[in-house]
Design a protein around this ligand. Structure first.
Ligand SMILES: O=P(O)(O)O[C@H]1O[C@H](CO)[C@@H](O)[C@H]1O
Ligand SMILES: O=c1cc[nH]c(=O)[nH]1
Length: 242
């Protein structure tokens, strides 16, 4: 069995998946966090691994960048590989002075300029949000170690729109990234669970930024929160997740 974008067999993925954008971060997370990790797919260089975390099966798979890319992988994992729960573990640019490089954000909602909010129900802009129970689990696990709030999932990495950023920041938006909204829309459509946890890699206000290697490697705190939230409740099936 293979899908157009994943070359794995049935049972190759665990019901719980960590999903960074970067395939190299996926490899590092599998190596650092999972026991007995084995590679299960590498189509287009989008690496996926399955092993165990604290004795429970868990997978790590990259999403690539942007809503179209994560929508493909999340849909195929939910629809064809029995995945029940995905937590994106990504990087983001901070919009608020309260955030510093390396801080962790739990994305309780995702504003977006992508069509993913408006294409599914004509005339309606969907509220794109994580699974409430997964959100509560992550907040409980993180305690004071993460800020919780809305993010902007943008289709644009390079687009100078200070007025948009200012307005979103004034509305309490914590940071900008590119995939949370796409993931939340797919999870709603497939009736599965999803959440996004982010590490601040740069600051839109101050111009501070991690270099590429630090961005790839500084994920321990974020992944620890995400992996423990994934495990917080048993997985009992698509419509009856505990
Ligand atoms: O570090 P990742 O998870 O890829 O996330 C962020 O980094 C990429 C842009 O550099 C986008 O994918 C954005 O969402
Ligand atoms: O999408 C992203 C990710 C990190 N920083 C940004 O400014 N945008």
């Amino acid at each position: 069995m293979a899908t157009p974008h994943i070359a794995a067999e049935p049972g190759d993925f665990a019901p719980r998946v960590l999903m960074p954008g970067d395939p190299r971060r996926a490899l590092r997370i599998a190596t650092d966090f999972l026991a007995d990790a084995r590679q299960v797919t590498d189509v287009r260089g989008i690496l996926g691994f399955t092993g165990t975390y604290r004795g429970e099966p868990m997978s790590v798979m990259a999403s690539g960048m942007g809503a179209p890319s994560i929508s493909i992988y999340a849909t195929e994992l939910f629809r064809f590989y029995g995945v029940e729960r995905i937590i994106r573990v990504g990087t983001a640019g901070a919009l608020q002075a309260s955030l510093a490089l390396g801080d962790v954000i739990v994305a309780s909602a995702a504003h977006t300029d992508a069509t993913t909010a408006t294409v599914r129900v004509p005339g309606v802009s969907l509220s794109l949000a994580p699974s409430p129970r997964l959100l509560v689990d992550a907040i409980t696990v993180a305690g004071d170690a993460a800020q919780v709030g809305p993010v902007l999932s943008s289709d644009y990495f390079y687009l100078d729109r200070p007025e948009v950023i200012d307005r979103l920041a004034a509305l309490g938006t914590l940071a900008v990234e590119m995939e949370a909204a796409g993931l939340y829309a797919v999870a709603a459509a497939e009736r599965r669970e999803a959440l996004t946890v982010l590490t601040v890699s740069d600051h839109i206000r101050t111009g501070e930024a991690m270099d590429a290697v630090t961005r790839e490697t500084r994920y321990e705190h974020m992944v620890d929160i995400a992996a423990r939230a994934l495990l917080a409740r048993p997985v009992v099936g698509a419509t009856g997740s505990a």
